[in-house]
Design a protein around this ligand. Structure first.
Ligand code: NAD
Length: 355
């Protein structure tokens, strides 16, 4: 798609924190418009009043969900018919109904910002695997209560060496986790929507979903949340797992049925769990809070000052966290720029790879 005389319109929902200069430069290519809505009803009103008519691309932030709510069928119904691209500034894009975007005629193409947070999130994932295997939570809690390891002392934990790690969702974070887990002697198997090439899988064995459930000592959830993956791990799936399995989730809370996890923990089917994400953040299921075997982290997967290795060439000491956000914002703007200039996105979401 090329635009010659009239500049295409690009809508910003949320705010650009650091990439003002790249955003300003986009202004040479497009007319930049903004929403001033403070909640969903106001945003819908703006759309209905035609404020965003002729908008071709939309830049949105994760925090903008507070202003518009989810990008679901209702919102897609009022967003301008001219809209062709949604550039999401984040790795996880479960706030967007990608299926509904694909179903629109013509479809709305969606992009995210992959890779920038792979290292930091995979680190937390590994921390949770080790903590859950070794059952560190019990001893750590007892120590803070002045009881050393507690009485009775926690049961002995498990070594990662020789254990089978089943990665469900072998994307950026899953592949990064694989490298880390192998350094601890774990054998990695994975299940993905599609089997990866030999280069991408780097020796990890591709297995069916059921085989992953039944043969893993540790099940790690690293797939996006969407209609197909909501509660992909529930009662029936726990029943297929090994007795004493460890379950770790750094993806999104709702890929797992939390109530079913609590039941599986209580019955001893699941030995322990490590969680960074929850179904209704910041609410935590009381059964998880009270269970000493569970490692709980308050969604801190990307909570680091350092940039990921993929972005490290851009970093400078003292402003590293800013550089991460800047890189993500610039990436999102590049998606829009490519869409306007050549009609395709730099990083389309995997569900739309064949669109
Ligand atoms: N805890 C955090 O702070 C944090 C940080 C970044 C990302 N995340 C979450 O982690 C998720 C994974 O991130 P990523 O960057 O690795 O994403 P990614 O898109 O690179 O990888 C996801 C993988 O899951 C696979 N997949 C999708 N549906 C599947 C299914 N039904 N069964 C099996 N595999 C399936 C995809 O094919 C892809 O390979 C994100 O969607 C996001 O929600 C969390």
């Amino acid at each position: 798609m090329t635009y010659t005389n009239v500049k295409p319109k690009v809508l910003l929902i949320g705010c650009i924190e650091h990439a003002q200069s790249a955003w300003g430069a986009l202004g040479q290519l497009a007319e930049l418009v903004e929403s001033t809505a403070t909640h969903r009803a106001e945003f819908i009103q703006e759309c209905k009043e035609g404020k965003f008519d002729d908008v071709v691309a939309l830049y949105r932030t994760i925090a903008s969900v507070a202003l518009t709510g989810l990008i679901d069928e209702e919102l897609l119904g009022v967003l301008p018919k001219s809209l062709r691209y949604i550039a999401h500034c984040g790795a996880g894009y479960d706030q967007i109904d990608v299926h509904a975007c694909s179903a629109r005629s013509p479809p709305i193409r969606v992009s995210n910002v992959p890779t920038a947070v792979d290292d930091a999130t995979a680190d937390v994932n590994m921390f949770l695997i080790l903590g859950a295997l070794r059952n560190f939570n019990t001893g750590m809690n007892a120590l803070r209560q002045g009881k050393w390891r507690g009485r009775p002392a926690p049961p002995l934990g498990h070594d990662p060496e020789g254990k089978v790690l089943g990665i469900l969702g072998m994307g950026g974070i899953g592949r990064n986790l694989k490298k880390k887990a192998e350094a601890f002697g774990m054998k990695v198997i994975y299940h993905n929507r599609r089997e990866l090439s030999d280069v991408m899988s780097a020796g990890a064995q591709y297995v069916s979903f059921d085989e992953l459930l039944s043969t893993s000592d540790v099940v790690s959830l690293n797939l996006p949340l969407n209609k197909n993956t909501r509660h992909i791990i529930s009662k029936a799936e726990f029943a297929k797992m090994k007795d004493g399995v460890v379950v770790v989730n750094t993806a999104r809370g709702a890929v797992m049925d939390e109530a079913a996890l609590v039941e599986a923990l209580d019955s001893g089917k699941v030995f322990s769990a490590g969680l960074d994400v929850y179904e209704e953040e910041p609410k935590i299921h009381p059964g998880l809070l009270s269970n000493q075997n569970v490692m709980l982290v308050p969604h801190m997967g990307t909570w680091t000052i350092e940039v990921s290795s993929q972005q490290s060439s851009k970093c400078c000491i003292g402003s590293l966290r800013i550089q991460t956000i800047l890189a993500m914002e610039e990436w999102t703007i590049e998606n829009i720029q490519m869409a306007l200039e050549v009609g395709s996105l730099k990083s389309p979401v995997p569900e739309q790879a064949d669109l």
